[in-house]
Write a protein that binds this ligand. Structure first.
Ligand SMILES: N[C@@H](CCC(=O)N[C@@H](CS)C(=O)NCC(=O)O)C(=O)O
Length: 94
């Protein structure tokens, strides 16, 4: 079963594009949630990511993994595939 991958982005965001490209290149399906101008959703994201104020914010099976830099670091360490392969467990609402 494919991992549940959600990415919160905004328009004109280079890091968001880079993260989308990385996931696309790996053939990972993800839901892109555009929060451009949505201050309520941005505040919520800061809350659920323990203070991360930038976009993108990426969640894999409900777990906040951070933004593009963290996604790339996971990929470099070979840990991204493990996360994507893990069965979706109890997922917090994202
Ligand atoms: N280290 C972060 C940097 C992300 C970043 O700086 N994103 C910019 C947009 S491309 C941002 O959120 N700026 C603040 C804002 O839009 O409020 C990552 O790799 O995702």
């Amino acid at each position: 079963m494919a991992a549940d991958v959600k990415m919160y982005t905004r328009r004109w965001c280079g890091y968001c594009t880079a993260a989308e490209r990385l996931l696309d290149a790996k053939g990972v399906e993800f839901e892109n949630i555009d929060v451009t101008g949505n201050q309520e959703k941005r505040r919520w994201l800061v809350e659920v990511t323990s203070g991360r104020t930038t976009v993108p914010q990426i969640f894999i099976n409900g777990e906040s993994i951070g933004g593009y830099d963290e996604l790339k670091a996971l990929e470099r360490r070979g840990d991204l595939d493990k996360l994507l392969a893990a069965p979706p467990s109890s997922q917090p609402a994202t």
